[in-house]
Design a binder for this molecule. Structure first.
Ligand SMILES: CC[C@@H](C(=O)O)C(=O)SCCNC(=O)CCNC(=O)[C@H](O)C(C)(C)COP(=O)(O)OP(=O)(O)OC[C@H]1O[C@@H](n2cnc3c(N)ncnc32)[C@H](O)[C@@H]1OP(=O)(O)O
Ligand SMILES: [Co+2]
Length: 138
């Protein structure tokens, strides 16, 4: 069911220094910071040849990454995102298998303008999983 690794997200305590680390020390192409108010985060995208890294910083008072950063003040890997061709079919299969879909169960539009859902980390080996619907390759 899952396809390519779309991105790995890192929650970071300082977005400027994290961006500088990826841009200047690691020599990667990075975006400007982009606020995602619907998701409670500000994101910097790091473009790699085979995938992307999302640098996440809390936005607003109820950010879903706030507790994670409290537990991991230096930051850390927050989630992995896999591509799926049909997010509603994927959601229904995952629910039937017993996985907990977070939120109200309906996809939201993610940072790449495509529908996304999140799956509880306790159901996936301690890793928060995001699935993103991408168009089927021709
Ligand atoms: C930029 C837009 C978008 C995109 O298109 O790419 C994004 O990526 S947005 C990214 C931010 N959004 C989300 O993460 C949405 C889904 N997340 C959530 O709803 C919450 O973060 C969560 C997964 C429900 C956790 O919320 P939290 O408040 O931390 O819950 P708890 O404190 O109750 O934690 C329960 C339990 O789970 C462990 N945990 C929490 N987060 C993670 C994590 N990221 N990775 C691994 N484990 C995690 C936490 O340690 C608790 O464990 P125990 O203490 O053992 O109970
Ligand atoms: Co993400």
């Amino acid at each position: 069911m899952i396809g390519r690794l779309n991105h790995i997200a890192l929650a970071v305590p300082d977005l400027s220094s994290a961006t500088a680390l990826y841009r200047d020390t690691l020599g990667a192409k990075v975006s400007a910071p982009i606020d995602q108010p619907d998701h409670g985060v500000t994101v910097v995208f790091v473009e790699l040849p085979n995938t992307k890294i999302e640098l996440l910083y809390p936005l607003g008072e109820k950010s879903p990454i706030a507790n994670f950063l409290e537990r991991n003040p230096g930051g850390g890997i927050h989630h992995v995102c896999y591509e799926v061709e049909d997010i509603l079919a994927a959601r229904d299969k995952l629910k039937a298998e017993g996985a907990r879909v977070l939120g109200d169960g309906n996809p939201k539009i993610g940072a790449h303008g495509l529908p996304v859902l999140f799956l509880h980390p306790k159901d996936f080996l301690g890793t928060l999983v995001e699935i993103e619907e991408v168009a089927k390759a021709a």
